[in-house]
Each structure stands twice: as structure tokens, then as C-alpha cells.
Design a protein around this ligand. Structure first.
Ligand SMILES: CN(C)c1nnc([C@H](N)S(N)(=O)=O)s1
Ligand SMILES: [Zn+2]
Length: 261
């Protein structure tokens, strides 16, 4: 039972376009990826992240997701290679998850919905600042990592989930330092890439998506921990922060390339 995703916006995803016209664009995200339609591109190089653990600053609950914010005032934590030209600066990471383990990811792979999807948002400094990058087709690069419930959970996820108790309600923020998000990467560097958008309004179509093929494992308890976050501010009636995912959008003829055969 995939309950309709809940969002902080007064309207659900089907009505976002009434206030955010881009939401009805031709390059919206997320999308369903079907391996039969994917094109292997042997010219795609491998991607490389060089993150400075000292760039991690805080973790916050913005009522929509839990987000770790990084210092992006210079090329301190960058992503290069793959489909990208130049170095993109890591700005923040956040997650999308469901109300149960059978759904929660935004992208759907060959019909599979993962329990959660982690996004690492990077921007291209050639566009001056983040706001400027949002207006460019090559402005932003998001690495997406799928999370599935398993018996050998990644110890590195613990760091983020340990902080959850300090940011239970909307607006809560806690220091989050000495954290290198590359420890969350799976073994394989295989990825799909396509051009799309932010999955929350205003849904700017400025994103080069790099979706890692190999999911990482989290435990059922870790998923329950994520679902213990609330959308409401402190001292207000509890609204569980779950199902903060946008449903797949029309592909509209876009080609999804794979770095692997
Ligand atoms: C402006 N920023 C950083 C973002 N806007 N929308 C975001 C979405 N959560 S996603 N999923 O990254 O497109 S992140
Ligand atoms: Zn996201």
C-alpha cells in the first residue's frame, strides 16, 4: 500500500505545477528506469568524490527530510568525472523514505522501489553561486544511493541515524562534524545517468543525476529510526515524517545512459 507521498507544500505532487510551472516540464525527476531502455555508454568515465570530513557542519530536520549541510564556500568537498565536466561542490545530503520497507525511493529501477534513497547534492561553481547554478542545465549534480533493508547494515549509516534523536521535530538542528559521506558509497561505482530536476518544488531542471546501481544495506531498526522523525514542530501534534518521495515523472524521450554493460 503505497500511501500518497506527503509533502510540506499545501498541495500534493499532482498540483505542484499550479504554483511551480516547472513541475510539468519535459525533464522532471524522479523517473522509472527500465534496463531494456538504458543505453550503455562506453565513453562514460568513472566518477570520483574527494570529500573533506571537516566540511560537514550540521544535521537538520526541515519538516520534509533530514539533511546534512556542508561548507561549500570553496572547492573543499567535490565530485568529478562520470558525466560531469569540472568539479561540483558538495552542498548537502538528505534522504527520502516510505512508511514501510516496500517503498520509499524516488527513482524506481525495473519496477523495484527501494526502502529509501539518499541524495548528495553538488553544484557547479562556474555559475558563481548555488542560486545561479539552479538556473543552468549543468548547474547541479546529485548522486543517488538506494537503501535496502538487509542483515549486514552499513555501520556508516549509524552516524546519521544516531543524530535522529536530536532532530526529532521540524526546525531542530544539531552539530554534525567530522563526517565523510563517501563512506556511504557501495563497493561498485556502476551508475545510470540522465538529465532531470529537483524532486521538490520549484523542480528546476538543472540536475545531472548519477544513480548508483548497487544499493547499500540498512537494518530494519535503522529504517524505523528514520520513520521516527516528525514533520511537526516541537509541542505540536505529531505527524510522522514518512513518504517524502515524489512519484516517477514522464521520461519524455530522455535517454538514460549506463556506465556498465
Ligand atoms: C535547493 N535544494 C538544495 C534542493 N531542492 N530540492 C531538493 C530535493 N530534496 S532533491 N530530491 O534533491 O531534488 S534539494
Ligand atoms: Zn532528494
Amino acid at each position: 500500500t503505497n500511501k500518497t507521498p506527503q509533502f510540506k507544500y499545501p498541495k500534493g505532487p499532482e498540483r505542484w505545477h499550479e504554483n511551480y510551472p516547472l513541475a510539468k516540464g519535459d525533464k522532471q525527476s524522479p523517473i522509472e528506469i527500465n534496463s531494456k531502455d538504458v543505453k550503455h555508454d562506453s565513453s562514460l568515465s568513472s566518477w570520483h568524490a574527494s570529500y573533506d570530513p571537516g566540511a560537514a557542519k550540521t544535521i537538520l530536520n526541515n519538516g520534509r527530510t533530514c539533511r546534512v549541510v556542508f561548507d561549500d564556500t570553496f572547492d573543499r568537498s567535490v565530485l568529478r568525472g562520470g558525466p560531469l565536466t569540472g568539479a561540483y561542490r558538495l552542498r548537502q545530503l538528505h534522504l527520502h523514505w516510505g512508511s514501510s520497507d516496500d517503498h520509499g525511493s524516488e527513482h524506481v529501477i525495473d519496477g523495484v522501489k527501494y526502502a529509501a534513497e539518499l541524495h548528495m547534492v553538488h553544484w557547479n561553481p562556474k555559475h558563481g553561486n548555488f542560486a545561479g547554478a539552479l538556473k543552468q542545465p549543468d548547474g547541479v549534480a546529485v548522486v543517488g544511493i538506494f537503501l535496502k533493508v538487509g542483515n549486514t547494515p552499513k555501520p556508516e549509516m549509524k552516524r546519521i541515524l544516531e543524530e535522529i534523536d536530536n532532530i526529532k521535530t521540524k526546525g531542530k538542528e544539531a552539530p554534525f562534524q567530522h563526517f565523510d559521506p563517501s563512506i556511504l558509497f557501495p563497493k561498485s561505482r556502476d551508475y545510470w545517468t540522465y538529465h532531470g530536476s529537483f524532486t521538490t518544488p520549484p523542480c528546476e531542471e538543472c540536475i545531472t543525476w548519477i544513480l548508483l546501481r548497487e544499493p547499500i544495506e540498512v537494518s530494519a531498526d535503522q529504517m524505523a529510526k528514520l520513520r521516527s522523525l516528525s514533520k511537526n514542530p516541537e509541542n505540536e501534534p505529531v505527524i510522522p515524517l514518512v513518504d517524502n518521495w515524489r512519484p516517477p515523472q514522464p521520461v519524455k524521450g530522455r535517454i538514460v545512459r549506463a556506465s556498465f554493460k
